[in-house]
Design a protein around this ligand. Structure first.
Ligand SMILES: Nc1nc2c(ncn2[C@@H]2O[C@H](COP(=O)(O)OP(=O)(O)OP(=O)(O)O)[C@@H](O)[C@H]2O)c(=O)[nH]1
Ligand SMILES: [Zn+2]
Length: 205
């Protein structure tokens, strides 16, 4: 394993600490008190435990290695673009801990060996990186870098279109504003023709 591989593995893993249900429950209870609620009222009695379980699910990508989703590959001899469009994506903004959600488009051009992965695995890797406290730019790059590490493709492209609830329901309050981020690697970065072919397919409605 090279130094770069070790470094990217460290970046890719969370802290390594497991989810702490009791601590999360206590924190939610404290938050309810802090906002002026009464955690003892009947409607809120089960809320700390429920919210804690829900956080465990929303942040599931902290307790697993997203890249492992791409461990299963097979040689198909396919040398052209493989693209999965409109993968539904729910993530959590690390600044406000509210959702940003939309769609991810994930594509790659297999390497010389024609190594490909199952289409669902592309959606799995999106899902796991999304299930962490994130910013959209980093999420986009992490998915593209995972493809480059695991599939050794000639190029990779990831485009994410999302609405941030922190911009919709609070703060600047601009519901409907959409943010697009892209990460292109390898041939899809160096060849304008390859990139524009992929972008045409991604943005075609
Ligand atoms: N670049 C980027 N910014 C994000 C993302 N998610 C949230 N933000 C922004 O993060 C910024 C945090 O700004 P702060 O000034 O620290 O926080 P704030 O006072 O709550 O800001 P407002 O949202 O403007 O009210 C805001 O501008 C958010 O819109 C993201 O995925 N990428
Ligand atoms: Zn935010």
């Amino acid at each position: 394993m090279s130094v770069n591989d070790v470094a990217s593995e460290l970046v890719s893993l969370g802290t390594g600490r497991p989810f702490d249900q009791a601590r999360a429950e206590a924190a939610v209870r404290e938050l309810l008190i802090a906002v002026g609620e009464d955690p003892e009222r009947p409607g809120l009695l089960d809320t700390p435990a429920r919210v804690a379980r829900s956080y465990k699910e929303i942040f599931a990508g902290l307790y697993s290695e997203p890249d492992d989703a791409l461990n299963t590959t097979f040689d198909e001899g396919h040398q052209e673009l493989v693209l999965v469009r409109d993968i539904p994506m729910f993530s959590t903004c690390e600044h406000h801990l509210v959702s940003f959600h939309g769609v991810a488009h994930v594509g790659y051009i297999p390497g010389k060996s024609g190594k490909v992965t199952g289409l669902s695995k592309l959606a799995r890797v999106v899902d796991l990186y999304a299930k962490r406290p994130q910013v959209q730019e980093r999420l986009t790059s992490q998915i593209a870098d995972a493809l480059m590490r695991k599939l050794d493709p000639r190029g990779a492209i990831v485009v994410i279109e999302a609405e941030h609830l922190c911009m919709a329901m609070r703060g600047i309050r601009k519901p409907g504003a959409s943010t697009t981020t892209s990460a292109v690697r390898g041939l899809l970065q160096s060849s304008a023709a390859s990139r524009s072919e992929a972008l045409d397919l991604i943005l075609r409605k």
